[in-house]
Design a protein around this ligand. Structure first.
Ligand SMILES: Cc1cc2nc3c(=O)[nH]c(=O)nc-3n(C[C@H](O)[C@H](O)[C@H](O)COP(=O)(O)OP(=O)(O)OC[C@H]3O[C@@H](n4cnc5c(N)ncnc54)[C@H](O)[C@@H]3O)c2cc1C
Length: 458
């Protein structure tokens, strides 16, 4: 049998790669992991974690305003962007250290270098300029923000990568895109006091989400002073003496200090040696894998965003864990990509699990729909006009809850719990039989009695 330098060589030290390496190392496999930037990957360094910290920062303004209704007088408040970024960086460095320590404890060899595949079972370490061999190669290289490379003036724009480390808070920002990252950053910048415009080429932001959530969040954003402009894109970005001017295809112009593009992410598969090794890619560059994350080349696996299945951290982590268990722990299993809860950390935020109404209708044919729109208790004294939205979709035939959609404070926290019930196949009757926890917003999910009836068409 051929002798290899490693049992497993992981390319990419992000959410999925680190988990796979750690678990495989724990089983006693000889493992190495190569990371070209910083251990922890997108989520830790320039994704979920720093984003959520910025979201928290952006919500204090609301808290200060709301305090008055509860008898508080809050003095003049000011915001210090460099302080926030420095504190965020400190926390990210701490987390990166924890990731490294976890790998070391599992006796994983950490290689701070770019790695590329030279052939099946052979990897080139770019910094060291040497090749090593591995019985299994796991590609976990994640994704990268897409740019509109043909757009004149694109070089003046930033992506989420740079947004986390701007030297100063822009007074005016335009965010291009309609997905969750664009929507979240628009909320962050607006909450921190920037004049914010969101520009999206489609008719409505958050494509793929439930229509009620899309409409409600658009309304709330507009109410908060975020300009949501749909149906147009940039035709040109121009640098001027006072900042940037964005020219739009609808003929309008927008002035900004920063223009951020969040128009999607592309799998990190370029110049990785995949073609040379014969690994098949999809049209968008994602690595083709089966349910067990196997590519078409024996011994090469791929997980996480680079496979463009469901691009979320917990999914990448599970995929990595499943590969390690299956190959080295004698516990073969595959990730179930159904019923994945997800949040949009806008303000107000979204939590959602299961199907949006249009997809549920397509799959089940007949639905019982329960909807509630209400002012949360806190808003009665704060005077805040925002309303929560709760929506349950129930398959009429089986009475199973097949969609749960929430917009409002703590929506993501609420939906994580609803996801457990749905995973277990809970019916509407199970929700109803659950005692309410009062007074909460979440209790609405177990107290909605009346089916929603669409208004009569006039
Ligand atoms: C702004 C933003 C916010 C997000 N928010 C959320 C959220 O709230 N919740 C959520 O679940 N998900 C969120 N995500 C998505 C989440 O970050 C990704 O789904 C997750 O990080 C994917 O993990 P991964 O292991 O596939 O890849 P990544 O975490 O991207 O890791 C890939 C790693 O590979 C390295 N690499 C690439 N090529 C090479 C090479 N040739 N050699 C060596 N190293 C290489 C990269 O430097 C990177 O560190 C967010 C993403 C972004 C950009």
């Amino acid at each position: 049998m051929a002798a290899f330098d490693y049992d497993l060589f992981v390319i990419g030290g992000g959410s999925g790669g680190v988990r796979a390496a750690r678990i495989a190392g724990g089983y006693g496999a000889k493992v190495a992991i190569a990371e070209e930037y910083r251990m922890g990957g997108t989520c830790v360094i320039r994704g979920c974690v720093p984003k959520k910290l910025l979201v928290y920062a952006s919500r204090f303004k609301d808290e200060f305003e709301d305090a008055a209704g509860f008898g508080w007088t809050v003095g003049d408040s000011t915001f210090d962007w460099p302080a926030l970024i420095a504190n965020k960086d400190k926390e990210i460095a701490r987390l990166e250290g924890l990731y490294r320590a976890g790998l070391e404890r599992a006796r994983v060899e950490i290689l701070d270098t770019r790695a590329v595949i030279e052939a099946p079972n052979t990897v080139r370490l770019v910094k060291q300029n040497k090749t090593v061999t591995a019985r299994t190669i796991l590609v976990a290289t994640g994704g990268w923000p897409s740019l509109d490379s043909k757009l004149p003036g694109m070089e003046h724009a930033i992506t989420s990568n740079e947004a986390f480390n701007l030297a100063e808070l822009p007074k005016r920002i335009v965010v291009a895109g309609g997905g969750y990252i664009a929507v979240e950053f628009a909320g962050i910048f607006a909450g921190l006091g920037a004049e914010t415009t969101l520009i999206y080429r489609g008719p409505k932001i958050l494509r793929g989400f439930d229509e009620d959530l899309r409409d409600a969040l658009t309304d709330e954003y507009r109410h908060r002073g975020i300009r949501v402009v749909t149906g147009t894109v940039f035709s040109r970005i121009e640098k001027t003496s006072s900042g940037l001017t964005g020219h739009l295809t609808n003929g309008d112009t927008v002035e900004a200090d920063q223009i951020m593009f969040a128009i999607g992410r592309a799998p990190n598969t370029r110049n990785l040696g995949l073609e040379a090794a014969g690994v098949e890619l999809r049209a968008n560059g994602a690595i083709k894998v089966d349910a067990n994350s196997r590519t078409n080349v024996p011994g090469i696996y791929a997980i996480g965003d680079v496979t463009d299945r469901v691009n979320l951290t917990p999914v990448a982590i599970r995929e990595g864990h499943a590969v390690a268990d299956s190959l080295f722990g004698k516990k073969p299993w595959a990730v179930d990509h159904d019923l994945i809860p997800t949040g949009v950390f806008s303000t107000p935020e979204i939590g959602t699990v299961g199907l949006p109404e249009h997809a549920a209708m397509e799959r089940y044919g007949k639905l019982d729909i329960y909807k509630a729109r209400f002012r949360p208790l806190k808003a009665t004294l704060s005077g805040r006009q925002e309303r929560m939205l709760m929506k349950l979709l129930v398959d009429s035939a089986s009475q199973k809850v097949v969609g749960c959609h929430v917009l409002g404070p703590d929506a993501a926290e609420i939906v994580q719990m609803a996801a457990i019930a749905m995973r277990m196949g809970a019916t509407k009757a199970d929700f109803d039989a659950t005692m309410a926890l009062h007074p909460t917003a979440a209790e609405e999910l177990v107290t909605m009695r009346d089916k929603w009836v669409p208004p009569l068409a006039t």
